[in-house]
Ligand binder design. Sequence first.
Ligand code: NAD
Ligand code: UDP
Length: 312
Amino acid sequence: MKKILVTGGAGFIGNHLCRRLLNEGNYVICLDNFFTGLKRHIQDLLGSPNFELIEHDIVEKIDLDCDQIYNLACPASPPHYQYDPVKTFKTSVLGILNMLELAQKNKATILQASTSEVYGNPLEHPQNEQYWGNVNPIGIRSCYDEGKRAAETLMMDYYRQYGTNIRIVRIFNTYGPNMDPKDGRVVSNCIVQALQNENITVYGDGMQTRSFCYVDDLVEGLIRMMNNSKNIAGPVNLGNPSERTVINLAEMVLELTGSKSKIVFMPLPSDDPVKRKPDISLAQRELNWNPRVDITDGLKETIKYFKQYIDC
Ligand code: NAD
Ligand code: UDP
């Protein structure tokens, strides 16, 4: 039985990962400061003798025993990470430092949840791992983008300098059940607005693109990366290459919910990337990983979840 630490385990991706790791027979320590995470997400796991919850902030040091660390702790939606940008940067940079020290001490493997945001507003399309990105260092998204870039730097320097066993994944837009309905991301906003027959807010002209990956596929990729037998450090892109415009996503949600909502256009936030699509050939080749869930099926599951949430 492996002892696995999941920081940010009460968050959207974290709770799915904790549940899956627990079901596979591991001992799971979920560490979270509950900034954006919710107890409700992990309520069903709390009774298990192999599940432990630690309320802690990764900006502060911690000492515990573990074999693997998944470092997911960090607010991920623009409104959440822009709420306290200085704290977001500290979480990325001081947080990964503390987790790398912990990995070193335990000789544990550590996986960092990095992001497609390291590519910024990309000048290459689709984005592969060799691309260095086009990031504004002083904009409103920088606390997140540059924090994640600095965390990648620290991961690589611990790897080269101390031989720490590291894994870096660059996660592209992920959606699914247990998203926070108020996190301000496009998928949650569109679904909640459609279910409540409120206007669907599309920022800019809606022609910007994203590539949306269902959370179960993403979790499968995280686990494959952590346990890859060749010790590939990465970075490795994880995302669904099926690219669509924001307006197209809004129209799909309208159709799948049968909502009477109208689409309204709002100003585009600054530095909002124009397009984004992962090149996943590295993950396909080295991890034998492919996203399986089609957007229609994934959206149906997500809509089902939000319906229950809104009804109660
Ligand atoms: P989320 O906001 O739902 O979850 C983040 C979790 O981390 C929350 O439970 C929060 O309370 C916790 N947290 C935040 N700061 C912390 C701190 N200082 N100490 C301890 N816990 C802290 O976000 P998510 O969508 O589940 O994202 C998880 C990870 O994946 C993040 O690191 C994010 O940057 C990365 N990621 C997510 C996406 C996506 O589309 N969801 C895309 C790229 C990268
Ligand atoms: N977006 C939108 N309406 C919303 C929320 C977001 O049109 O209610 C846009 C946003 O400007 C961006 C895209 O949808 O172009 C994806 O936004 P999200 O916050 O989900 O992810 P990120 O920008 O971090 O990729």
